[in-house]
Design a protein around this ligand. Structure first.
Ligand code: CA
Length: 720
């Protein structure tokens, strides 16, 4: 890269361093396998189970079990492990009820396990087509199931919502919730609200229109749907969102641009929370599509509701109650889909408890809102940032002067599109009154597209995906890029709006947090460390290595008087695919796994698989420098988000630099034109790439391989 660019990035990096119990008595399997509304409502008072994605309706991920303590945590060991039998990313929070664990792996495959022993009871594979992998922005992950009334509810990657018999795994009903001709996917855990299954979807990077839907849990009939962005003709949809679209939302968008053809985004892809006290459903809404607001909506300067907002909908009808937009007219992929946590804080009149909504979305600000009205109470930045200088009295970001100036040289913006906080679940301890945020910073260079967008391109964000990426770079560059990416566990006081303590982690993209009533918080890390910290001050109490990525939300439960703590592990997910510049420990590739701990556990975690990769290019360099330059641009637009920047793989997908396919024009063409590997997710790109463009990518990748060898960095960026 140019010295000027490197200096500017370095300057950037330097600037940055700095209830009550009312039932749920478990007495017989056949009766209690039917989780009831009362049981869900009382989940926090029955901590031997883990009934919902976030642990209870407030999604605090705080357990009242008392079996794991500061005194005995040093004796924590592995109780059992279970292989999920897939590679790729794993993001699932296990659900536990009545001695059974329901857990998902990659490709939306569900496993029911004996929660005490890990023994398999049944497995259900929805048989997602490998070709659908290309519809995912962020790997073929799944974050878990919901259970209710004798059924297990599963959002399938290809857009299905399915109800399974909890005892057998047999399909009870299956509904397609999306237009499967469009790049919709589902990775989130469904939520149960008053007899309905609530589900959203993903696809904001590829071009879809977001919405959330409610299905009858018994029959699978759709009850209501709420769109988060306008109908492309600003017409009624016959949906619960119609009145508010006409009244408020349509006028915040122009009438032309990428949103009209590509849906506008606003996908609700992760956080949906039932606020019982206010009888409403809170929905975290995603980024705009395309990201670049000038491309998405060139006519207006409107806020583009409800992008990057928290939405409150009536729990029965799905109609609008209130919204709070965290990033008006988003153009940096600043989703507000991150963990929404409900709590009762002494912020009411005369210090009375007030039901609040807390969120730490991608944009880097922590928000506290009045749950009844959506009114902004307070906010502050929980990471360093350069896109905004603060929040005004209404909680609206005060944008930095140059934050939208993407029409010149690439500008570095942080937190960046992977966010100050992503899907990794935040936790909250009502005892400490602290939120525990898996925080990070991964800067991004934003620059407008330099040429007309290809309407056939899968990714569609309105920015130059090769911005700032050189065709050649000196040794150490990948380490430099990796060093700019940072991660912290932040214990945030939502009343004072400041960190009480912070633990700096070994890089970004770390795991979800579990909070224990005994004063302990637990968090995994990207490359396998899993640690327990003192909830009050962050002192490390215990750590182990789970030998694979430990990113998921953990859960905890009790059987026969013993407390268990469980996490799903694996290697993959958005960061590994698209932003890690390889990896630093020899962890990938890994089969997904459930790892369950208890005090006194003596089992062991199988070692990482040995993989023989010969880190050498399999042919000579070829092609002109112009061809290699064209290859960089074509690679960045079509290949980078899965195969990695600079063609450096993080081990989830093959490293193209060392591939025999890259060396052989015929094999390369067979894969790219004929889709020879489409069952693995590598579909044909013949609509996107001309034969010349395909050959330019091959020349670029081969050049990257030879450069890595001459830089002494072959075999992975750590030089191993
Ligand atoms: Ca996004």
């Amino acid at each position: 890269m140019s010295n000027a660019l490197k200096a500017s990035l370095l300057a950037t990096a330097c600037a940055v361093l700095v209830a009550c119990s009312n039932g749920a008595t478990d007495n017989s399997t056949s009766e209690t396998i039917g989780v009831t509304d009362a049981a869900l409502s009382a989940a926090v008072s029955n901590p031997e189970t883990w009934l919902t994605y976030g642990g209870d309706y407030k999604e605090q991920r705080h357990s009242r079990l008392s079996g794991i303590t500061k005194d005995n945590i040093a004796d924590m060991g592995v109780a059992w492990t279970y292989d999920l039998s897939t590679g790729r990313g794993v993001e699932s929070t296990p659900i536990i009820h009545d001695g059974i664990m329901y857990v998902t792996g990659a490709w939306s495959i569900v496993h029911a396990l004996d929660a005490k022993t890990g023994e398999e009871i049944w497995t259900y594979d929805p048989e997602v087509s490998g070709e659908d992998a290309v519809k995912g922005c962020c790997d073929v992950v799944n974050r878990g199931v919901a259970i209710y009334d004798g059924k297990v509810y599963l959002g399938v990657f290809d857009g299905r919502l399915e109800a399974l018999d909890a005892k057998t795994g047999d399909v009870v009903w299956s509904k397609v919730t999306v237009d499967q001709s469009l790049p919709y996917t589902i990775t989130m855990a469904p939520r149960i609200v008053k007899g309905k299954v609530i589900i959203g979807n993903s696809g904001g990077e590829l071009g879809v229109r977001g919405y959330v839907s409610a299905y009858d849990a018994k029959t699978g009939d759709m009850d209501w749907r709420f769109y988060t962005v306008p109908n492309p003709k600003k017409e009624a949809d016959g949906a619960a969102s119609d009145p508010i679209m006409a009244e408020l939302v349509n006028d915040t968008w122009g009438d032309t641009g990428g949103w009209v053809t590509d849906g506008g985004g606003g996908t609700a892809w992760d956080s949906i929370v039932f606020d019982e006290e206010n009888d409403q459903i809170l929905v975290g809404v995603g980024n705009g599509s395309p990201w670049n607001a000038k491309v998405r909506d060139p006519q207006s300067k409107g806020d583009n509701l409800f992008l990057s907002s928290i939405l409150a909908l009536d729990a029965d009808t799905g109609t609008y109650k209130w919204h709070f937009q965290t990033t008006p007219r988003d153009q940096w992929d600043f989703t507000a889909t991150q963990s929404i946590i409900l709590a009762d804080l002494p912020l009411g009149e005369n210090g009375a408890d007030l039901r609040v909504v807390m969120q730490a979305p991608k944009n880097g600000f922590f928000y506290v809102l009045d749950a009844a009205t959506g009114e902004y109470i307070s906010g502050n930045n929980f990471v360093p940032m350069n896109w905004a200088t603060g929040l005004d009295e209404n909680g609206r970001p005060i944008e930095a002067a140059n934050a939208r100036q993407t029409d010149g040289e690439p500008i570095p913006i942080f937190p960046g599109p992977l966010g100050a906080h992503n899907w990794h679940p935040m936790a909250y301890s009502p005892k400490e009154q602290l939120a525990y945020i898996p925080a990070q910073m991964i800067p991004q260079l934003y620059q407008d597209m330099q040429e007309e967008p290809d309407p056939d391109a899968y990714w569609n964000i309105g920015y130059n995906l090769s911005a700032g990426l050189p065709t050649e770079y000196p040794a150490g560059t990948l380490d430099f890029f990796r060093g700019m990416n940072q991660g912290w566990l932040v214990a945030w006081d939502p009343i004072k709006q400041e960190a009480r303590w912070t633990v700096k982690q070994d890089g970004p993209w770390n795991g979800g947090v579990l909070s224990l009533d005994t004063g302990i918080v637990l968090q995994g890390q990207r490359e396998g460390a899993l640690a327990a910290y003192d909830a009050a001050n962050g002192d490390k109490l215990w750590s182990t290595n789970v030998k694979a990525g430990a990113l998921s939300g953990m859960s905890t439960y009790e059987i026969d008087g013993e407390q268990y703590m469980t996490i799903t592990t694996g290697w993959g997910s958005a960061y590994a695919l698209s932003a890690s510049y390889g990896y630093t420990s020899p962890v990938p590739p890994q089969v997904g796994r459930v790892v369950t701990f208890k005090v006194g556990g003596t089992d062991t975690i199988p070692d990482a698989m040995e993989v023989a990769i010969e880190p050498t290019p399999k042919s000579d360099n070829f092609g002109t420098s112009a061809q290699v330059k064209a290859g960089l641009e074509n690679y960045s637009t079509n290949c980078l988000v899965c195969h990695g920047p600079f063609a450096v793989s993080a081990g989830v997908l093959p490293d193209l630099r060392w591939s025999y396919a890259t060396a052989d024009k015929n094999e390369w063409t067979d894969i790219l034109v004929n889709g020879a590997l489409s069952e693995n997710g590598m579909v044909s790109f013949k609509e996107q790439l001309s034969p010349d463009a395909m050959e330019s990518i091959r020349a670029y990748v081969m050049a990257q391989g030879h450069m890595a060898v001459s830089n002494g960095e072959a075999g992975g960026p750590a030089g191993n």
